[in-house]
Design a protein around this ligand. Structure first.
Ligand SMILES: C[S@@+](CC[C@H](N)C(=O)[O-])C[C@H]1O[C@@H](n2cnc3c(N)ncnc32)[C@H](O)[C@@H]1O
Length: 214
């Protein structure tokens, strides 16, 4: 898989300077950001679907928010949620430094609380990138169902958990069993859903692409 991922990643266009700096900081400080090979899927979806309103769950230091702004139309509006204060602070600085800062709103706080408020305000998004706490994906889904437009697309990262999601729960170390079970439940729900049409893309740490059955 590493060989294939490396090969796919080798086709990725060079990043603009500001994104390169955020990526370098992330690597140096062990902040997880979307993998190079997974970016090809994100970039492809943004360029082909041209969403106008994007919601990201899990900003970290703002790499993917800035990346999405870079590959979206000039009138895109992106809201991105982060709950860790240190990361949110760095993300705010990074976003401020880009040419696309007016397109991105950083929402500091817990994703569930913020999405609850967004639902009350009847906000809608035509593209949602879910990349936060992996064990919470099913919980987030309750809100995503209300926030995603009928023709919107949900992209979920890290669904294969380095391949361990496909393994029996007995072969997973005890510490990882909860996340293994929750990811399995999330994937079962999405892949068997009558509401959503989903596909697993085994690139990077695995992506799930979902649209509504209409
Ligand atoms: C994988 S990182 C996001 C990477 C980012 N999307 C990128 O590619 O540049 C996941 C982030 O989600 C945040 N997170 C986890 N649970 C959260 C929650 N309940 N609410 C908001 N943010 C959360 C973590 O603090 C972490 O920074």
């Amino acid at each position: 898989m590493d060989l294939i991922d490396g090969y796919i990643g080798s086709f990725e266009p060079e990043l603009p300077e500001n994104l390169k700096k955020i990526e370098e900081y992330g690597i140096k400080n062990l902040v997880p950001i979307i993998r190079t090979e997974s970016r090809s899927v994100l970039r492809f979806l943004l360029k082909s679907r041209k969403p106008g309103r994007i919601l990201e769950i899990g900003t970290a230091i703002g790499f993917s928010a800035c990346y999405m702004a870079y590959y979206s139309a000039s009138d895109v509006r992106i809201k991105t949620i982060e709950k860790m204060p240190e990361r949110a602070e760095i993300a705010a600085e990074n976003i401020k430094k880009t040419d696309n800062s007016d397109k991105i709103t950083l929402c500091f706080g817990d994703a569930v609380e913020i999405m609850q408020k967004m639902c009350e305000d009847n906000e809608k998004f035509d593209f949602i990138f879910m990349d936060a706490a992996k064990a919470q994906y099913s919980n987030y889904l309750t809100y995503i169902k209300k926030l995603l437009t009928d023709d919107g697309l949900l992209l979920t990262d890290n669904i294969l958990q380095e391949g361990s999601v496909a393994a029996s729960k007995f072969s997973v170390i005890r510490r990882d069993r909860t996340i293994h079970q929750r990811m399995r439940e999330f994937l079962d729900e999405m892949m068997r859903s009558e509401e959503f049409n989903s596909m697993i893309v085994p690139v990077g740490d695995g992506l799930l692409i979902s649209t509504r059955n209409r």
